[in-house]
Design a protein around this ligand. Structure first.
Ligand SMILES: Cc1ncc(COP(=O)(O)O)c(C=O)c1O
Length: 381
C-alpha cells in the first residue's frame, strides 16, 4: 500500500540550486563555467575565524550550548549593534540560530498561526514563500515596482487585504535594492499601527555601495530582525545566523529552539567569536564586490543587459530581459550551454514576472566577472 506523503512538504524547489547542479555538471564534463548563479561569497571564512575554529577543535568538548547560543557570542553581537548602529540590544533578545534559515523557521512559527496572511513584495528570496507555505501560512505576493526599488510600501500593503505579517530585506535578494532610513521608518510605523508583524531580513548589511543600511531595531522593538554570518562574514557553510527577538516572543522562540535544534552549531559559534575582529579582511571582500559591480554596470549594458535594478547593496544585479526573452529559464540554460555563464532565472524570485528577468551574482573574482562580460558581449543569441 502506498503510504501518505504530506502535501505541505511539497513546496517548489529552490531553483537556483538546480542551476548550480547544471553548472557543476557542465564543469565536471570538462567545460569552463563562470559562476554568476550562486548567492554566496567566493572567499573562505576570514583567517581569524579559521584560527579560532582550530583552537576550539583542539581544546573544547564542543557539546551543546544553550538554545540561544554562547553567552559570550551574544554579548559580542550586542557590542556590534552598539558600535555599528548605535543601538542597544539586550543580550536576552539575541538568539543564535542554524543560519538565518533557522531563524525564519523559529520566527515564523512564533509569530504566525496556520492560515495567517504574510505579505512578500516580489521579486524576493524564494525561501520566505516556501518556508511560510510549508508551515501552513498564506503568502500574499505583492508585485513591487521598479520605481520603488522593488520594495514594499505602505500603499502596496494597504491594497493587499488584511495582513498578519510582512517580510522585507534591505539590501534585497535578488535586486540588491535598499530601503532608505525614511522608507523603512514609514514601513515600520505602518506595520506598528496596523498590528502587522514586520520581519526584517538584514543578512546583506555590511555589503553596501553607498550609505550604510538601517536596522529596524532603531525604530522599535516589535520587529523580528534576522541576520547571519553567511554573507558579510563570508561563512555560509558554517550555518550560523541570529535573530533579535521581540520581547513578547522571547520565551516562545526559546522553547521552539530548544525542541527544534537544541542549540546552534557549537564549533561555528566558537569560530564566529573572532569574526568581529576580522573587519579589515571583510572590508577587502566588500571592496572587490564594489569593483565587480562597477565593471558589470559598465560592461553588461554593452552586452544587451541594460535594464538593471539599482544594486545599492548585496552582490546581485537583477536584469529585466523582456526585450531578449519571455522564458528566462530557457534563456539561462542557453547562456550556460553556449557561453558557459551561469545565472539564475527570475522565476525563482517572482513567479509572475520572473520569466522576463534574471539575476547575476557578482560575488566571484573580478577576473571571472570580466571574462563573463566579454563572453556575453560576444554571444550570438
Ligand atoms: C535574502 C536572504 N535571506 C536569507 C538567506 C539564507 O541564508 P543563511 O541561512 O545562510 O543565513 C539568504 C541566502 O542566500 C538570502 O539571500
Amino acid at each position: 500500500m502506498a503510504l501518505k506523503v504530506a502535501g505541505r512538504g511539497r513546496i517548489p524547489p529552490f531553483i537556483v540550486m538546480d542551476v548550480v547542479r547544471a553548472a557543476e555538471a557542465r564543469a565536471a564534463a570538462g567545460h569552463d563555467v563562470l559562476h554568476m548563479e550562486i548567492g554566496q561569497p567566493s572567499t573562505p571564512a576570514p583567517k581569524g575565524v579559521l584560527a579560532a575554529a582550530q583552537a576550539a577543535l583542539a581544546g573544547d568538548v564542543l557539546g551543546y550550548t544553550g538554545a540561544f547560543g554562547l553567552e559570550a557570542l551574544r554579548a559580542r553581537l550586542a557590542d556590534w549593534y552598539r558600535l555599528r548602529y548605535g543601538v542597544e540590544v539586550p543580550v536576552e533578545r539575541i538568539a543564535l540560530t542554524p543560519g538565518s534559515s533557522g531563524a525564519f523557521v523559529l520566527g515564523f512559527l512564533a509569530a504566525f498561526e496556520p492560515g495567517d496572511r504574510v505579505a512578500l513584495a516580489t521579486p524576493c528570496y524564494p525561501a520566505y514563500r516556501n518556508i511560510l507555505t510549508a508551515l501552513g501560512i498564506e503568502t500574499v505576493l505583492v508585485p513591487a515596482e521598479a520605481e520603488h526599488g522593488f520594495q514594499p510600501t505602505p500603499e502596496l500593503l494597504e491594497r493587499a487585504g488584511p495582513l498578519d505579517g510582512v517580510v522585507v530585506a534591505s539590501p534585497a535578494n535578488p535586486t540588491g535594492t535598499m530601503l532608505g532610513a525614511d522608507a523603512l521608518e514609514r514601513l515600520y510605523g505602518w506595520c506598528h499601527t496596523a498590528g502587522v508583524r514586520l520581519v526584517s531580513d538584514e543578512i546583506y548589511h555590511g555589503i553596501v555601495y553607498g550609505p550604510a543600511a538601517t536596522t529596524a531595531l532603531a525604530m522599535g522593538d516589535d520587529a523580528i530582525v534576522v541576520n547571519s554570518f553567511s554573507k558579510y562574514f563570508s561563512m555560509t557553510g558554517w550555518r550560523l545566523g541570529w535573530m533579535i527577538v521581540p520581547p513578547d516572543m522571547v520565551r516562545a522562540v526559546e522553547c521552539l529552539a530548544q525542541n527544534l535544534f537544541i542549540s546552534p552549531p557549537t564549533l561555528s559559534q566558537h569560530a564566529a567569536m573572532a569574526a568581529f575582529d576580522c573587519v579589515p579582511e571583510l572590508e577587502e571582500n566588500v571592496a572587490r564586490y564594489a569593483r565587480n559591480r562597477a565593471l558589470l554596470l559598465a560592461e553588461l549594458p554593452k552586452a544587451g543587459f541594460d535594464r538593471l535594478a539599482p544594486a545599492d547593496g548585496a552582490f546581485y544585479l537583477y536584469a529585466d530581459v523582456a526585450h531578449l526573452t519571455n522564458d528566462s529559464t530557457a534563456f539561462c540554460r542557453r547562456m550556460l550551454e553556449e557561453v558557459g555563464v551561469a545565472a539564475t532565472p527570475g522565476v525563482d524570485f517572482d513567479p509572475e514576472r520572473g520569466s522576463r528577468s534574471l539575476r547575476f551574482s557578482f560575488a566571484g573574482s573580478t577576473e571571472a566577472m570580466a571574462e563573463a562580460a566579454r563572453r556575453l558581449a560576444a554571444w550570438k543569441r
